[in-house]
Design a protein around this ligand. Sequence first.
Ligand code: ATP
Length: 361
Amino acid sequence: MPYLEVDNVFKSYGPIKALRGVTFNVNKGEYLCILGPTGAGKTTLLKIIAGLLKPDKGKVYLEGEDITNLPPEERGIVYMPQGYALFPHLTVWENVAYGVLTRGLPLKRAEKALKAVGLFHRRNSYPHELSGGQQQRVALARALASGSKILLLDEPLSALDLLLNIQLRYELRKYAKNLGLTVIHVTHNAEEAMSIADRLLVLNKGKIEQIGKPEDVYLHPKSAFVASFLSDVVMFRAILIKRMNDSCIFKINNLGNMLIKCSNPPDKRVLIAIRPEDIKMDLTKKHPLNTFKGIVENVEFEGIKTRVTVRINEHTFFIDLMFVERVPLRRGSQVFVHIPPDKPLIFPLHDEMKLKELISR
Ligand code: ATP
């Protein structure tokens, strides 16, 4: 039996349909990340699970029991909202210890949680003496120490700088796993979600686009929306001109023909997506097929990788070169871009609508 079940949940605010038939399960001890753009319905979903909002339709079950109409305080679920609220007149220690004591739990939990977020040494400070990121970590410690078996975290790491965000992702997961907590963590940061989650749920406009292990969702996105939300894919419209055994040749306007491995017969008109790390680039032409001549528009050194922007006619390619594959490049250099036939992803053309909405947000 699943631990938590969300069954066909709908929620509207007047004319705005925030959730449109959302169904998924969470297993005991699982770390689920809900990922989606702004307005996708992520917070609404958390509030319904927490009992702070009633769905218009659908049910929420906890260990098989229907909790849809149970008040929040009787659910044993802790909800940490976006923009956390600490008691301003209590110290860091008192803020974290308060919930622990009122639930009759050992104070050691507060100490462990504060150590996990790296703020035990600031236990005597007041919230106004801390930075925004530190306040967020205190709120996180309070949620972690609460003794609840289910934690609902709404953008818990969003106020942190990148380094701290990365460090705390690891700590947060470790702490949740050590305590056997079930966590639903909402974020719009794909990298954060993929690195922390056991499973990823991609929400868009109140509907689930895909749910699965991060690597499966990343490698096998079910829609162009998921592909472009998880990575800076290059996307083209293409027309199928020939199909052979397990390969297809597509024509792409202002680029040329591209051979792509295709196991299922694709539509005549499709969208083709290619991830930046799947594109090869060189100063000379090394492959007779799928190689296109372009001009380097930009080179961004990002440490372990370099992001190169190459223009080929009207198309812009983002290419990620790992440090070891570095090629001496400058803006204006002529390069050859190669697309290995097994790398592109093929989606139906109607997926384009959702992409336009994503870009226009
Ligand atoms: P964000 O990442 O920006 O926090 P979200 O994915 O959490 O977004 P929700 O906050 O759940 O999305 O909102 C979903 C939709 O419902 C949005 O269009 C939002 O404007 C709308 N909405 C949310 N709360 C209310 C409300 N109280 N009244 C009216 N509309 C609301």
